[in-house]
Design a protein around this ligand. Sequence first.
Ligand code: MG
Length: 376
Amino acid sequence: MHVAAIIAAGGSGTRVGGALPKQFLWLGGETILDRSLSAFIGHDRVTEVVLALPPGESVGKLRVVAGGARRQDSVANAFDAVSSSAEVVLVHDAARPFVSADVISRAIEAAAEHGAAITALAVSDTVKQITMEAGRRVIAGTIPRESIYLAQTPQAFRRDVLAKAVALGRGGAEGTDEAVLAELAGFPVHIVEGDIENVKITTAADLDRARQREPRLAVSRIGTGYDLHRLVEGRALIIGGVDIPSERGALGHSDADVACHAATDALLGAACLGDIGRHFPDNDPRWKGASSIDLLRQAAVMVRAAGWEVANVDVVIVLERPRIAPYIPRVREGLANALAVPVDHVSVKGKTNEGVDAVGRGEAIAAHAVALIVPA
Ligand code: MG
C-alpha cells in the first residue's frame, strides 16, 4: 500500500517564545521537526513524506511545499504534492516529535479499513462543563468521560476522503485539524489509541518538559586545549599540580603547569567561555606565581555556573625526560580533585616527541587536552 505522510510545519509557533518557529527549536541533538520527520521517514510502511514549511525554509532531500497562513492551508498545499498513487495519507503536526512507530501503524491500518481515523487519548480525569456566572467559572454539568477523547496526530485518511476534506476547507470551511473537515464532509472518523508520550509542544514549559524527559537527547559539548612551556634550569617541573623531580622545569609567570593549562583551555572551550589568557592573564599580578591547579578548579566552577557538568578530561603530556609514568596516578588524582569529578573521569598519558623538534630536544614541554561537558 502506498502511504503518504504530510508533516504540517508551516506555523510560526510563537507561543513557545524565541526568534524561531518552534519546529526549528533544538530538542537535544536535533530539531523538533527533525525528530518528527525521522519517525515517518524511518517508518517502513510510509512511502513518501511531504513537508509543509514556512515559505523560504527548506530541508535537505525532502519534497517541500510552502506552508500557508493556517494549518489547513499548509496541509492543502502539501496534499497537492502527494503522489496520485497514494492510497492512505497521514497528517502529522511537526510539534509532536515523540510519535511512535506503533501509533503511526495504527493510524494507517484504521484509515485503510474505515476511510478516516485519528489517534486520540481517552480521558482519565472527570470532565466538567462550565458556564460563566458573574465573570466566574461555574460547573454546569459533568460530561461522561467515556464520551471524551483528546485528539492527537497523526490523523490518517484514504486519499479520496482527504481530497474531499481539503476541498471543503478550500471552499471556506475551517478546521483546527483534518478530522474536523472530514467530519464536515460527512465521513465517519474513527478513533485509534494514541500515546500519552506523543505530546504536542506548544509553550516554553512544554519544551522544557520535552527536553527533560529525553535525557538521551541531552547534547554534550567538547573542548580542546594545548599548551607549551620552555624548559629551563632552576625551575620546578609541575605537572597537574604534582612537583616532579627533574633537572629542568617549565618557564612561565605562573607555575607553568602545561597539564592544567591545557585542561583549563579545554574546559573553557567546551563551554564557549573563552580561554585561560582571558580569565587569568599572565600580566595580572593576581596570577603571578599562581598555582595552576587553582586556575583549573576556578575554570570548573565557571563551567558549572554556566549550567554544565564535567563528564571527562583526557590529557596528553609530551615530554622527553624525565619519564612521568610513575607520577601519572598522582597527576590524575590532582586533576580530578580540582575538577571535583571521580578520578576515573580523568585520563593522563605521557609521550615523548621521539627526539624531534624543541620538545624532542628537551627544550620544551607540551600538553594536549580534551574535555567533555554535559548539561547539568
Ligand atoms: Mg601555559
